[in-house]
Design a protein around this ligand. Structure first.
Ligand code: ATP
Ligand code: MG
Length: 561
């Protein structure tokens, strides 16, 4: 057991494992798995499950498998398989050689089904889908036995083998477990084990199979085959646990993992339903699965969220059994805390207005030195060229303002970050009255520090007009206008809840020269503006595109106050 087992905050799953270990259960092993279905990209909810499963394995010197739950070939594909592997790895976890697919076990699952038939625990049923639903009953009324329930073992074996051989059309027959049509738990009312699916090409097994096992049957058996000890899943599977146990008990398997349910992560202003995320992509409401506004792991990566901050978030929200929804501010805070430590500083002018320093020589460039991080000398310095013509942000100038406005005001002074104090002497406007240029003078005695007795409070950022580099800057906001887009009942379709201003692209922004050769994926703190990440898809052929990862402060909390 590694040292930090005792230092990490406990939770009910760790308590179960501690008890199991104390009792010598599972020969002292801890073996978990993360079992995604490759029918979409992973989202923040999956991150919680990944951190939990791989985290438990790490903490208890155990193992965690990556297993694709691939029993639904129509909705699955290789692109999803690849993206899931990439995302788990990027989050910092390693399944070593234990990469599995449920489809690896199709033959064994078929053999187990034969065993169930031979034991009289499964039967082939010819009811139509609609009839099957009718016979199932409701939450308050028991179901009715299927007229095919008492077929002989011989007949069931014959029919099931012919299902496998492809003799029957889709939907004409099911293999069902023979449990109890009157059970108060509808999951136990003779659930389907195998269904017929012709004409689909499975991404792993091709056209080898025309019958596919159902999720509940496949999952527990895959866990058992892999000798999983603790099968951690989300709360909605609690009612399926008796079925999980029934299959393993009825087949008399030695390896009987324990299913443990925890509450799924719901993140406010985000969706964690693959079906809905798929709609956003397929209907081109977002650019792609990795659109930086998506709550997908690949979207968060592209937006600049560090993997370590996502792991910290998953740790902080904890593991419980009660449904809850987590505020976006908690995730944002984790991102900011991490980036504040690691992101190099730089300057960008998002909405530029020109400043001409009238007493600075034309054609001169001074190479000023600025630290990459104010507290971390080891991160080194960068060169910031200073010239006669500069840009500052339009929002940093006012012709008249009171003392609360600590930026540039006509006839007053302000410090340019990492450079000199300037004074605004003249404001030039166009025919519409819009400011086109600020004529300023600089004080050569103010580089780095104020001369004695002189107080200049405001500091603003700037970029040399000559050396600055144009960039597109993408400002993101929440994708939805309501905190619970997954459950909001005020509209028929969650698409109506989209925030129309979730993306604003600025095309006139200018970044400092040192960013001209920025590598995609690097996150900077643009001083006074926020954290920004060079976009991994759009930075091409010298073009610079930055995604705003997160603002510097929690502006939403301010609005709420
Ligand atoms: P969806 O309902 O969006 O299709 P899913 O749960 O079916 O998601 P899977 O690929 O089957 O998606 O999930 C893999 C694992 O991730 C499962 O163990 C599941 O319980 C877990 N998981 C999925 N969503 C969440 C969530 N929001 N919070 C925590 N764990 C989750
Ligand atoms: Mg699932």
């Amino acid at each position: 057991m590694s040292d930090d087992v005792t230092t990490k905050p406990s939770n009910f799953i760790r308590n179960i494992i501690n008890t199991d270990l104390a009792e010598g259960k599972n020969e002292g092993r801890v073996h978990t798995r993360f079992p995604p279905e490759p029918n979409g990209y992973l989202h923040i909810g999956h991150a919680k499950s990944i951190c939990l499963n791989f985290g438990l394995a790490n903490d208890y010197d155990g193992l965690c498998n990556l297993r694709f739950d691939d029993t639904n070939p129509q909705k699955e594909n290789e692109e999803f398989v690849n993206s899931i592997e990439e995302d788990v790895r990027w989050l910092g976890f390693d399944w070593q050689e234990r990469l599995y697919f449920s489809s690896n076990y199709f033959q064994q699952l078929f053999d187990y089904a034969i065993q169930l038939v031979e034991q009289g625990n499964a039967y082939v049923c010819d009811l139509s889908a609609e009839e099957t639903r009718e016979y199932r009953g409701t939450l308050t009324e028991p179901g009715k036995n299927s007229p095919y329930r008492d077929r002989s073992i011989e007949e069931n074996l014959d029919l099931f083998n012919r299902m496998r051989a492809g003799e029957f059309p889709d939907g004409s027959k099911l293999l069902r477990a023979k449990i109890d049509m009157a059970s108060p738990n509808v999951n136990l009312r003779d659930p389907a084990i195998y269904r017929i699916r012709h004409g689909v090409v499975h991404h792993q097994t091709g056209t080898e199979w025309c019958i596919y096992p159902m999720y509940d049957y496949t999952h527990c058996l895959s866990d058992s085959i892999e000798n999983i000890t603790h099968s951690v899943c989300t709360l909605e599977f609690a009612d399926h646990r008796p079925l999980y146990d029934w299959f393993l008990d009825t087949l008399k398997l030695n390896s009987h993992p324990q299913q443990i349910e925890f509450s799924r992560l719901n993140l406010q202003y985000a969706i964690t339903s693959k079906r809905r995320l798929t709609r956003l992509v397929e209907e081109n409401i977002v650019e792609s699965w990795n659109d930086p506004r998506m709550s997908t792991i690949s979207g968060m990566r592209r937006r600049g969220y560090p993997a370590s901050a996502i792991r910290e978030f998953c740790e902080r929200i904890g593991v419980t059994k009660s449904d809850n929804s987590v505020e976006m501010e908690i995730l944002d805070a984790c991102i900011r805390e991490e980036l504040n430590e690691t992101a190099p500083r730089a300057m960008v002018v998002l909405d530029p207005v020109k400043v001409v320093i009238t007493n600075y020589p034309e054609g001169q460039t001074e190479e000023l030195i600025a630290p990459r991080h104010p507290q971390k000398e080891e991160m080194g310095t960068r060169i910031v060229p200073f010239t006669r013509e500069l840009y500052i942000d339009r929002a940093d100038f006012k012709e008249e303002a009171n003392n609360k406005f600590k930026r540039l005001v006509k006839d007053k002074e302000v410090r340019l970050r990492n450079a000199y104090v300037i004074r605004c002497d003249e404001v030039i406007k166009d025919d519409n009255g819009d400011i086109t240029e600020l004529r300023c003078s600089y004080d050569p005695a103010t580089l780095g520090a104020n001369p004695e007795g002189r107080k200049v409070k405001g500091v603003i950022h700037w970029v040399s007009a000559e050396h600055g580099v144009k960039a597109d800057v993408r400002l993101y906001d929440r994708l939805f206008t309501v905190p619970h887009p997954d459950s909001d009942k005020s509209v028929d379709d969650f698409i109506e809840l989209l925030n129309p201003n979730s993306l604003v692209t600025l095309t006139e922004s200018v970044v400092e020269k040192s960013l001209a050769t920025t590598e995609a994926g690097v996150v900077y703190q643009f001083e006074r503006e926020g954290y920004f990440c060079a976009d991994a898809e759009l930075c091409r052929d010298g073009k610079l595109v930055f995604n705003r990862t997160v603002t510097l402060r929690d502006t939403w909390a301010k609005i709420a106050q």
